[in-house]
Structure formats: structure tokens, C-alpha cells
Design a binder for this molecule. Structure first.
Ligand code: SER
Length: 316
């Protein structure tokens, strides 16, 4: 039986991951870790245990691991790319010092660790199309720096200390439950809210800017399937390229127009986000994830759009 701690359980990924893990492993076996000011509410609070788990406070995290006999940690604490550019010191503290704290505890208390990396781990001189699993990684954002260093540090703890570290490079994640905040790919979530509200969407990202994206149900499956994968088959651990689709704002607009024909989009570019997007791949090659642990996404742009619009209409 797994006993799991999610650090960052109230964030965009954490909130849905916690509920999915609870239905898979039992409510009482999944602890929702949170920080002050971002406490769990509603179903997340009521369905299972929760505890303050500040990634900058290793004693607090070690206490939870001990109390709940935790054997697996999902480390979902992070600042997204544009926020990390605005607050680089904090991004380092959470992304790197925080990860170091988690890995130290995992080594001492023998826990497996999942930590997301990102398409942000690539930079301007990475091959843009069909970006290989193993390639140049010289990002020039603090987000990217923490992601590359995090991949290396996680590999180091596996090789040196045998800590079972695993991770994926997430593309932009799209979901209708908890909104993201401060990411470069957030436009691909916000556009659906605007479409359902009958508003004109002002895209901060230019036409022709392609980025990898994924619907949240696939992103959750990726984390869980990788953590359940046979370790003997994992050649790469930190971190696997995964993707489900690649599109630009125009393709996304057309997909929405199939369901909302009078939907309108204009451009109002955000230079910070645009520069970050320009430095990221257009499309990833995720064949290693497919071969080593059977990765296969279920949603493409059309099926995701149909589902997003349906769910958001029900919510509104
Ligand atoms: N969604 C993230 C961001 O835009 C990328 O990993 O920052």
C-alpha cells in the first residue's frame, strides 16, 4: 500500500492529482500538503488528511513523512515561468532549495520522489522541432535554470544514493478546475474561459508560436503511470519528454470556433511571455516515454476542446 504526500496540493496540478491519487490508493493514504494562505478547501479538505508542508521547512516535511509513514512524495511546488522571471530568487528557493530538502528527506526516509520538469528546460539553441529526449539544454530563464538543475539533482540522488526519483517534462497543461498562474502557456487555458463567457480573447502569444500542450487528465496519468512503471525498464528517469499536441493561437481559435462559431480573438502581445515562448520547442519527441513506460495520451486538440467547453459551460 502506498502512503503519499503531495507538496503543493492546492495548485493547478496538485489539486487534481490529490483527488486522483485518493481514488486510486485510498483517501486516508494521500496527504494533501499545503502552505499558509493556500489551504485546501471543499472536497480536497474533506476527502482525506492534510498538513502544512512548506518545501522551505525540511523539519516540517520530515515530520509528515514520519507521522504518515510516507513512501512516495509528489513534489508539485513551483513558480511558473513568467512569475519566476519576476521573482527569480523565490523561484530558486522553491524550485532548487526546496527540491534539495525533499531529496535529502527522501534519502534518509527512503521515499520515491516525482518532481515535474518542463518544456522550459530547453532554450534557444535546442532543436525546435521534434526536440529529442537527450539534447542541448541551455535555457536563459530562471524557471529553466531550476528545471535543468532539478533534473540533474534528481538523477544525482538516484545514482549516488539510490533514491527512486522520476519526472516528466510537462508541456503547457490545460484544465477546467484550478486555473494556472504566471505561466507562458496559460493563454491556452484563459482562451476557453473567454470563449464560454462570450468575450473577445486577447492573446498574449503571437500567431505562429507553437508550443506543446496537454489536457490535465493525461498529465495526471503520466505522473501516476511513471511512478508505477517497472524501474528495470527506465533508462531515463529525470526527465521524460511527454506531449499530447502542439498548436499556435490560430489553431486553438479554429478548434474553439467549431463549437462557438462567433468566438473572436485579437492579439495583445506580452513581450516577457512571448520571449519565453520563442525560446521553447515547437514540438517534443516523446518516443523514450512511449518505449520505456508506455506513455500514450488520450486527448488531442479537438477532443480536449470539446470537453473543456462542455465542463466550463456546466461550471458557469
Ligand atoms: N506551463 C508552464 C509555464 O508556462 C510550462 O511548463 O510556465
Amino acid at each position: 500500500m502506498k502512503n503519499i504526500l503531495i507538496i503543493g496540493s492546492t495548485g493547478q496540478i496538485g489539486s487534481e492529482l490529490t483527488m486522483t491519487l485518493r481514488s486510486r490508493y485510498g483517501n486516508s493514504n494521500v496527504v494533501a500538503g499545503f502552505i499558509k494562505g493556500a489551504e485546501p478547501k471543499g472536497k480536497l479538505l474533506e476527502s482525506g488528511p492534510s498538513a502544512e508542508a512548506d518545501i522551505a521547512n525540511p523539519a516540517q516535511i520530515a515530520g509528515i513523512v514520519k507521522t504518515y509513514k510516507i513512501d512516495t512524495i509528489y513534489n508539485m511546488a513551483a513558480l511558473l515561468s513568467a512569475t519566476a522571471e519576476a521573482k527569480p530568487q523565490l523561484a530558486w528557493k522553491i524550485g532548487l532549495e526546496g527540491l534539495f530538502n525533499v531529496l535529502e528527506i527522501a534519502n534518509e526516509m527512503r521515499c520515491a520522489v516525482f518532481t515535474p520538469s518542463s518544456i522550459g528546460a530547453f532554450g534557444n539553441n535546442t532543436p525546435k522541432d521534434n526536440t529529442p529526449q537527450d539534447t542541448v539544454q541551455r535555457p536563459q530563464t530562471m524557471y529553466g535554470v531550476t528545471k535543468v538543475a532539478g533534473e540533474l539533482l534528481s538523477d544525482y540522488y538516484f545514482k549516488r544514493f539510490g533514491v527512486d526519483t522520476r519526472s516528466v517534462r510537462y508541456p503547457g497543461l490545460i484544465s477546467y478546475m484550478t486555473p494556472p498562474g504566471g505561466g507562458t502557456t496559460d493563454y491556452a487555458v484563459e482562451i476557453y474561459y473567454a470563449a464560454v463567457a462570450g468575450k473577445v480573447f486577447k492573446s498574449p502569444i503571437a500567431a505562429g508560436t507553437f508550443m506543446d500542450m496537454m489536457y490535465m487528465p493525461d498529465a495526471l496519468c503520466a505522473a501516476i503511470e511513471l511512478m508505477e512503471a517497472d524501474p528495470a525498464k527506465l533508462v531515463h528517469r529525470n526527465a521524460f519528454n511527454i506531449t499530447a499536441m502542439s498548436f499556435d493561437p490560430e489553431m486553438l481559435k479554429s478548434a474553439i470556433r467549431k463549437y462557438i462559431p462567433d468566438f473572436k480573438m485579437e492579439y495583445e502581445l506580452d513581450p516577457v511571455r512571448q520571449a519565453i515562448a520563442d525560446s521553447w520547442p515547437n514540438s517534443l519527441d516523446d518516443s523514450c516515454a512511449r518505449e520505456e513506460w508506455g506513455w500514450s495520451p488520450k486527448y488531442d486538440l479537438d477532443s480536449m476542446t470539446e470537453n473543456m467547453l462542455k465542463e466550463l459551460k456546466t461550471k458557469s
